[in-house]
Design a protein around this ligand. Sequence first.
Ligand SMILES: NC(=O)c1ccc[n+]([C@@H]2O[C@H](COP(=O)([O-])OP(=O)(O)OC[C@H]3O[C@@H](n4cnc5c(N)ncnc54)[C@H](OP(=O)(O)O)[C@@H]3O)[C@@H](O)[C@H]2O)c1
Length: 290
Amino acid sequence: MSRYLVTGAGGQLGNCFKSVASEFSQHQLFFANRSEIDLNQPSSLAAYFERQSFEGILNCAAYTQVDQAEKEREEAQKINGIGVQKLVDFATANGLKLIHFSTDFIFDGSNEKAYLETDTPNPINAYGESKYAGEVILSRAPCAHVTFRISWLFSPFGNNFVKTIRSISRSKTEINVVNDQVGKPTYGIDLARTVLGLLDHPDLFNFSLYHFAQGPATNWFEFAQRIVELSGETCLVNPIPSKEYPTPAKRPMRSVLDTSRIEKIVPLPIRNWELGLRDCIEQIRSHETI
Ligand SMILES: NC(=O)c1ccc[n+]([C@@H]2O[C@H](COP(=O)([O-])OP(=O)(O)OC[C@H]3O[C@@H](n4cnc5c(N)ncnc54)[C@H](OP(=O)(O)O)[C@@H]3O)[C@@H](O)[C@H]2O)c1
């Protein structure tokens, strides 16, 4: 049985791991939210480890407020860069494996083709810079480590695009959504199952970086349309260009992740995001009726 600590367990991805953990009886997961373990307070991690040992860490803790990061560069770096360095130091000192998550926002979005793990990052916003800083730290880490780069994360938990569109579409008759930013959504539950399914895979640590996202590539307008339809709402979704929806942080225009590397080790093909979206909306509905 492998024992892993999940940091940032109160966030969206942490909750995804929590919700599927019972399907993986070969692993024992310990969940710690920010009040129990703060990445920037290594003593909180050391104290936890003394009470409960484990052999690896799934790091779901991160600063994720993309627009706010433009005003809070230091805070973003403190968590996504320095915080990762502290985790690496702890993992190295204690012989632990480290599984980390990063984002398509480390790319500038100018590639016509899908991005490979070997393509050069060039972040265009403060959040992307902070996440890239974490990736660089991880890439030099002496401990066993793997980073999963993901994009457009959605799930029944926390704040995400699916929940936002679903809720707005209930109260509005029309919404405008940008149609010129292209990417691939990632259903957090599918990601969590994939990661837990791979933890004991003999080839997992052969690479230190994998892309995981679900095809086909889409844009936010198309994704929103499908969310509204599957939610059974009648709200009209209008396509608009990004220049009509200015945001503090610039977004990559085309950050499609190529997933062929991970597809060589997962037992089943990665399913399309639409199947994940159907499950997600079903789950949200079931929580609403409780
Ligand atoms: N969301 C997306 O669309 C997306 C896309 C691509 C990649 N990712 C990556 O996927 C991972 C998970 O994202 P998510 O959506 O689950 O983020 P999230 O919902 O914002 O969760 C992050 C968690 O980390 C915690 N945290 C923040 N600072 C911390 C610290 N110093 N010590 C310990 N915990 C801390 C937060 O606690 P508080 O809430 O108390 O601050 C929160 O519970 C991140 O690495 C993110 O960069 C996300």
